[in-house]
Every structure is written in structure tokens, then in C-alpha cells.
Write a protein that binds this ligand. Sequence first.
Ligand SMILES: Nc1ncnc2c1ncn2[C@@H]1O[C@H](COP(=O)(O)OP(=O)(O)OP(=O)(O)O)[C@@H](O)[C@H]1O
Length: 250
Amino acid sequence: MITASNLTKKYGEKTAVKNINLSVKKGELFAYLGPNGSGKSTTIKMLMGLLEPSDGSVEILGEPMHLNNTELKRKISFVPDTPDIIGKLTGNEYLNFVASIYKMDKETYKNKREELVNMFELGNDLGVLVEEYSHGMRQKLAVIGALMHSPEVIFLDEPNVGLDPKSNRELKNYLTDYVRQGNTVFLTTHTLSLAEEIADRICIIYQGEIKALGTLAELREQAGVGRTLEDIFLALTDGEDVHVQEHTES
Ligand SMILES: Nc1ncnc2c1ncn2[C@@H]1O[C@H](COP(=O)(O)OP(=O)(O)OP(=O)(O)O)[C@@H](O)[C@H]1O
């Protein structure tokens, strides 16, 4: 569903993403982890066709992704790390707008919207201007907008930031159910426990390069008995004195 081949992004002299190769299968929940500035958002933006790679290529649903592949972009969805929703719209207006972009039929829109709005308990705030929303409320609205049209592939950049514990739990349950139905989720997070709990496979990047990729059990096996994901993450990204075998490309 998602394939990155030798994906590279340079900003001037700086190489933010170096030669990333990965592929995410149908029905998989893939967690992409890395410290601040390691290249997670840059990777997601290239996978989504929002940013031109300096080198390498991306395929989504078996099709090449390009900046102007609008039809392919309609089949996927994105929750950015800082949802930039027009403040002069009410929550209702925003969701109507999203439904029109994705050409949702009325009945599906009504049902999906009700399900998601109830899940996040945002019903009472939909008549309010988004500029009056808290960060968490904006985050919920962005997630509802992204999930409403049931995309086969969804990218979420730190979706849990700002969500209260109940909403976090609801989102986790929703995403695990969502992949069980055959959809594909690619998410970044700094909350390692979230990745431990819900990810089928985990990829750790550091300074734009893949350092580890596998199931939690595989990563633990490489790291040695008793190692937590936090130990592994720190060993691979901070130079802590724990030996963990790095990922090598096959
Ligand atoms: N538009 C840009 N111009 C120049 N450099 C950029 C640009 N966007 C990102 N970078 C640089 O690329 C590197 C990777 O940034 P990116 O935002 O992809 O990291 P990240 O892993 O998502 O970080 P965080 O966890 O803090 O969100 C950083 O060094 C950042 O400074």
C-alpha cells in the first residue's frame, strides 16, 4: 500500500531524509519513530505527495505518487502535526467542506460524521468557530475530517498530541479496528507506549536514516532480553551505551 524506494530529501546542504526504503502492507499499522528533527514529517510529506523528493520514489496503492496526482491523493488522508484549519469556519462548515472535497454521498457523510463526532464528544462544539477551539479540539476535528471518508491509507503525524486520555483511548481503538478492516495506517509519534501498544511494525529513524525496522518482538530480540522499546530507541538515537544491532538494508 505504501512503498518508498531510496527516498531522499535535501534542504540545501542538509540531507533531512537519506535513502529510505520501506514498504507497508495492507491492513498494517506502521509506526515511524525518531527524535525531533530526524526526518519523520519530511518523510510523511513525500509519501503523501506534498513534498518533491530530491531522489527516490513513492508508490501508494500501487501507483506512483507525485505532487499533482490528485486522484491518488483523494484515496488517502493526512492528519498533520499542527492542524492548520481555517479559523473563520465553524467545525460544521469545516466537515461539510471536507465531505465535499472527497465527494462523499449524503448518507455516508451523515453516518460517519455522527459516529466520529460522538466518539470524540465534539458534538456541542461544531457550531463554534475553529479559532475558538483548544488545541485538542482542533486535533479532534482534524482526525474526524481525515477519517470520515474511510481512506484506504491514512497518515497521521503525532495524532495523540493534545488529546485527552479518553480521546486517546478512542483513537487507539478506532485505528486498531480500522486496520483490522483491511485499511493501512502510517503514524509518527513520540509516545513510545502508543507504538508498543498498537503498531504491527515499528521503524526507528535517526538523522534521516533507518536504524531499526521490525515488529516489537523482532526489535527486542535484536536488543537482548529485557530491553524495552525506550531502551532500543535511545540506544539507536542517542548513542547510549546499550548495544543494539542496527537495521541493514536487504
Ligand atoms: N522547509 C525546510 N527547510 C529547511 N530545513 C528543513 C525544512 N523542513 C525540515 N527541515 C529540516 O529537516 C530535518 C528534519 O525535519 P522534520 O520536520 O522532518 O523532522 P521530524 O522528525 O518530523 O521532527 P519533530 O519530531 O520535531 O516533528 C530537520 O533538521 C529540520 O530542521
